[in-house]
Design a protein around this ligand. Structure first.
Ligand code: SF4
Length: 432
């Protein structure tokens, strides 16, 4: 039985697709690329913007076109925000909500039981002998979802409605699972969540928070690197930073959600910080970590964003000197407060502002990466093709050697190979 999985959207979705892949492999299913003919297509959908909705629908139709007899599954956020009837009308066979993803195989099995006709056309599952999920899908870096849901209700976002309120599993459960993955060869754990900063806050009696989770995880055998997904700036307190800086496995790479560098826009977005507070967080990080990678997301063309507000935002982004800024044009989401706001901008206005910020971020990305050339040694975790990432998430390659996936080497960045990749020479020379 061949299964093809296509995931859209955020790191949480990527992680959940990885979990589904592992579950199917364990049950003896064969995972094939999405472009191939499969018996089951799973589209792990996203609904963060109208464009994401559109892409989710497109992929559902593509799956049906690839094999009209296949079982087409709509899983995730787009499915959560639509009625089952609407989705089944779109030629989807099975709807799997976010909270049902862990049971996806049972749901599919039940569907197949009830549809014996299709069953006859599908091969029985074959256990792929000797297939190890880790070697077959060899990865060194694991996106590890530790939190779901959000209570923040930013005025532009549908996620709290689609994913519900914050929830997070106890540390012990996470450590048990992390231990399994570490035993399977994963070396870097990227902790992700819809609102990662809220880890543990749904269980205040436990005393568990994101920092206690990171501290406990760092003590686990085989966990050599810990990286964090998107954080809210307000979590960056003196205590948080002081404790993080004591953890050798922690990678100094912070994705601090900004969304706008204009205080009046932040207020309309219902974000609960000011640019002054944000800048204080950045300063704390730089004092503790020297030159950490600080990346962010910014929305341009939020309803009512004036030229002055956009200029404030641009100037603030320039002042912070981010490593990377992911720029998004505001996209209306039905059911959100922002969708009902006056002063919606035209696409041309948004595109013009996007262009300005993209030019700024490209320049700054290059400057940050170039600052490593012939500077202090860096440590690289290698993935495929003798390429890997430094602890600051700078992509490097050792061009003249075949470095095995999973190797961690120290060395120097000696130059730039192209727009995205820096040249790396290990301390002992470029050989393994
Ligand atoms: S923090 Fe805001 S943008 Fe992020 S998921 Fe929650 S409501 Fe959405």
């Amino acid at each position: 039985m061949k299964v093809a999985i296509h995931s859209l959207g955020c790191k949480v979705n990527t992680f959940e697709a990885q979990q589904m892949t592992d579950s199917f492999l364990k049950k003896g299913y064969e995972i094939v690329p999405f472009t191939e003919t499969a018996d089951i297509y799973i589209i792990n959908t996203c609904s963060v913007t109208n464009i994401a909705d559109h892409k989710s629908r497109q992929m559902l139709h593509r799956a049906r076109a690839l094999n009209p007899n296949a079982i087409v599954v709509a899983a995730g956020c787009y499915a959560n925000t639509r009625s089952r009837e609407e989705l089944l009308g779109e030629d989807v066979d099975i709807v799997v909500l976010n909270e049902e993803k862990k049971d996806i195989i049972e749901i599919i099995d039940k569907y197949r039981e009830e549809h014996k006709k299709e069953e006859a056309a599908i091969e029985a599952p074959v256990l792929s002998e000797g297939l190890s999920p880790v070697s077959e899908y060899g990865k060194t870096r694991l996106f590890f979802k530790v939190q779901d849901g959000c209570n923040a209700f930013c005025s532009y976002c549908i996620i709290p409605y689609a994913r519900g309120r914050i929830k997070s599993p106890p540390v012990e459960e996470i450590l048990r699972l992390a231990g399994d993955f570490a035993d399977r060869g994963y070396r870097e754990f990227v902790l992700t969540g819809i609102h990662l900063s809220s880890y543990g806050l749904d269980r205040p009696e436990s005393g568990e928070t994101l920092i206690t989770l990171i501290e406990r995880l760092s003590g686990l055998k085989g966990v050599e690197r810990i990286r964090l997904g998107s954080l809210e700036p307000k979590i960056i307190t003196e205590d948080f930073v002081a404790r993080l800086s004591q953890i050798p496995e922690f990678c100094p790479h912070f994705h601090l959600s900004l969304q706008s560098g204009s205080d009046s826009v932040l207020k309309r977005m219902n974000r609960h910080y000011t640019t002054e507070e944000y800048y204080k967080s950045v300063t704390l990080l730089r004092e503790a970590f020297g030159s950490p990678a600080i990346t962010t997301d910014v929305i341009v063309g939020f309803p009512g964003e004036t030229e002055e507000e956009f200029e404030e935002s641009r100037a603030f982004i320039e002042k912070v000197r981010f490593y990377e800024t992911h720029v998004f044009k505001y996209s209306r989401r039905q059911g959100t407060a922002a969708d009902r706001m006056d002063g919606q901008l035209t696409n041309a206005q948004k595109a013009a502002r996007e262009k300005v910020l993209l030019q700024l971020t490209a320049k700054r990305k290059r400057q940050f990466e170039d600052s490593f050339i012939d500077a202090a040694p860096v440590e690289v975790l290698f993935e495929e093709g003798s390429q890997g990432y430094t602890r600051e998430y700078v992509r490097v390659q050792c061009p003249s050697a075949d470095i095995p996936e999973g190797a961690i080497l120290k060395g120097k960045i000696t130059g730039r190979l192209n727009n995205d990749i820096m040249e790396f020479v290990p301390n002992s020379g470029c050989s393994e």
